[in-house]
Design a protein around this ligand. Structure first.
Ligand SMILES: Nc1ncnc2c1ncn2[C@@H]1O[C@H](COP(=O)(O)OP(=O)(O)OP(=O)(O)O)[C@@H](O)[C@H]1O
Length: 361
């Protein structure tokens, strides 16, 4: 499958200009609030008509400004799952699923109910009405209802953001199965690095109506837009929470790179986390520093030294964890940094923002 998007659309002061090809798998649209993710999804769904440009799916033109062609939403055969499940309250789960099948094309029967029920583990819920379901169960049924229509493309706009952490964790494997077994391409909007790293085969990072990075999650998520819309480069350290010290306002964690001291969180001991360390916060030293307040002190080997604008980006391998440090050219020269050189890394506990610490399992 290939979805080709080349559109320009204005909404008040907001201007979206996107040229993008999306293929099979789960493509995550990621970016700060107001960056245009929902607008892009609505353009693909046919809920908004772009000012200019075209959208084509497998060569079938859905929108084209020049020829004024516009295929209405119900003819595109797209499944759409929103933040809230929007189930019919008067129908049982089975009734909601069967309703979805009514939108399957005439010449093709709807998806097999048993298969969808198995895929999403909703068998025990079939005779219940939505009012008696938990948030996570409702969302699973909404996914099932979308699948029953045999969509050619599934759009999911923050489908898990209303769920608490445990419900999210329970439903993520279902979405993975949908991605891998149902074989339907998915365009998935999310704010959560945790969801995106786990689910996406490809990530499109958006900022202010533009695509600013496209690639595999591990390639592009080292550059994350902040809530203010700025781009912030950094690296993720994977660690396990080992303890808390509320009096000191600290959480302790252990990573392959060494012990980490983080701002206090309520993530339980034993949980796996990722901590986003901004490149600008990492200091480098060639000798072990003594008598300083900085709590995080790691050791590693210089992997690469690359010029990045007026600064230098140094990648350091810390026992398998890769940390990026941005330093001035002057510092890089005075330290004599070269590949293979052992270095000490320092960053303060407070240099990792609370929202830069994510639970992964
Ligand atoms: N109907 C509209 N008229 C004018 N401006 C609009 C309209 N709808 C959305 N916008 C603006 O377009 C921009 C993009 O909105 P959009 O909802 O696509 O962002 P988003 O990335 O999905 O954000 P969020 O993550 O908060 O859902 C925002 O600045 C928003 O205020």
């Amino acid at each position: 499958m290939m979805l080709e998007i080349d559109v320009r659309h204005r909404q008040g002061k907001f201007d979206l200009t996107v040229g993008l090809s999306i293929s099979d798998g789960l493509t995550a649209l990621f970016g700060p609030s107001g960056s245009g993710k929902t607008t892009l999804v609505n353009l693909v769904a046919g809920l908004i008509r772009p000012d200019r440009g075209s959208i084509a799916f497998n060569g079938e033109i859905w929108v084209d400004g020049e020829s004024r062609r516009f295929v209405p939403p119900h003819r595109r055969r797209i499944g759409y799952v929103f933040q809230e499940a929007r189930l019919f309250p008067h129908l049982t789960v089975r009734g909601n699923l069967r309703y979805g099948a009514r939108f399957a094309p005439r010449h093709q029967p709807g998806e097999d109910l048993d298969r969808v029920v198995d895929l999403l583990r909703i068998g025990p819920l079939l005779d219940r009405r939505p009012a008696l379901l938990s948030g996570g169960e409702k969302q699973r049924v909404a996914l099932g209802r979308a699948l029953m229509a045999k969509p050619r493309l599934l759009l999911m706009d923050e489908p898990l953001s209303a769920l608490d952490h445990d419900l999210k964790a329970a439903i993520l494997p279902d979405i993975e199965r949908m991605r891998d077994e149902a074989g339907i391409p998915i365009l998935y909007v999310s704010h959560s690095i945790e969801e995106v790293t786990r689910l996406a085969t490809r990530v499109v990072v958006m900022d202010a109506g533009r695509t600013v990075a496209i690639g595999r999650p591990d390639e592009v998520l080292a550059v994350v837009p902040t809530a203010t819309g700025d781009m912030k480069a950094g690296s993720f350290l994977h660690a396990v929470v080992t303890g808390h010290s509320p009096d000191e306002g600290l959480t302790f964690a252990e990573s392959r790179a060494g012990p980490l001291f983080l701002r206090a969180t309520d993530i339980p001991v034993g949980a796996h986390i990722r901590a986003f360390v901004p490149t600008s916060e990492v200091m480098l030293a060639t000798v072990r520093p003594e008598g300083i307040s900085t709590l995080n002190r790691l050791e590693g080997t210089v992997e690469t030294v690359n010029e990045a604008g007026s600064a230098v980006m140094v990648a350091i391998d810390c026992n398998g964890e890769r940390v990026l440090a941005e330093i001035t050219r002057r510092s890089a020269t005075s330290l004599g940094l070269v590949e293979g050189m052992p270095v000490h890394l320092l960053f303060k506990a407070v240099s990792i923002a609370a929202e830069g610490i994510y639970r992964t399992a």
